[in-house]
Design a protein around this ligand. Structure first.
Ligand code: TMP
Length: 239
């Protein structure tokens, strides 16, 4: 597989063409941003951890029946993925109150919901990723009704699977963000990444944050938290 010219550089990843028009190479960076790029920094080793964690989780999800873009890990920071056209929705599933949910509705963080919630944001940096509902997504022609149904079904399936997996690692899956894409045949697959950048992960006993909130909120120990959460997953998989 040949790595050809760069197609795109995002905040945390670069994407390259390959000699196969259906496949791309994603290259994970250590760069970190928050608040729509307002806060900038770097988390040493993050690219390697996010690449390897996302690939492990997507491989497990694929086996559990959720189709993903993952094809093959090529190196510590590089992965071969199926080319998709991204559905411009950030799909957020929450099991406990935290972050923008707690702020928006004026509640404390850490309230356990009776059932998971789902919400969508319009993936649009200029607009600051505004919250929208499925009717808005339809009106804006961001996805079809059938695609939105599929996305919701996959998102809750991902939640059920990952919540149980992280529980076995002594970790609470508080919330996370997913992105989906369309393959050439129009089918919907899970894309982007699943990592400590895109999930809130708390130690089940201490509620210590083992995710990007340590960077967003200047809590310190960012690199150690990424290393710890990766170790929990590796230890789990080794058992
Ligand atoms: P929020 O509470 O700030 O809306 O975040 C919800 C989840 O989505 C949290 O796990 C972090 C993740 N997230 C991203 O992956 N990218 C983003 O740009 C934002 C704002 C949140």
């Amino acid at each position: 597989m040949q790595k050809l010219e760069q197609l795109y550089e995002g905040k945390a990843k670069k994407v390259f063409k390959t000699d196969d028009p259906e496949l791309l190479i994603v290259d994970y960076k250590d760069d970190a941003t928050a608040f729509n790029g307002l806060k900038k920094g770097s988390i040493a080793g993050k690219g390697v951890i996010n690449n390897q964690m996302s690939n492990r989780l997507m491989a497990k999800l694929e086996k559990a029946g959720v189709p993903t873009h993952f094809v093959q890990e090529l190196s510590p920071r590089e992965t071969l993925v199926k080319k998709v056209s991204i559905v411009p929705l950030e799909v957020i599933v929450r099991n406990l109150s935290a972050g923008s949910f707690a702020k928006r509705y004026g509640v404390e963080e850490g309230i356990v919901f009776d059932a998971p919630t789902i919400e969508f944001s319009y993936k649009n940096d200029e607009l600051g990723d505004p919250l929208l509902n499925s009717y808005h997504a339809l009106a804006l022609k961001l996805a079809t009704a059938e695609e939105i149904d599929t996305i919701k079904r996959y998102a809750f399936q991902v939640n059920d699977f990952l919540k149980a997996l992280w529980a076995e690692c002594g970790v609470i899956l508080v919330d996370f963000k997913l992105e989906f894409g369309r393959l050439a045949d129009g089918s919907i697959v899970l894309a982007d990444e699943i990592s400590p950048d895109t999930c809130r992960l708390w130690d089940e006993k201490t509620h210590e944050k083992l995710d990007k909130d340590r960077f967003r909120r200047d809590l310190g120990g960012v690199e150690d938290a990424y290393a710890e959460i990766m170790k929990r997953l590796m230890d789990h998989d080794a058992d």
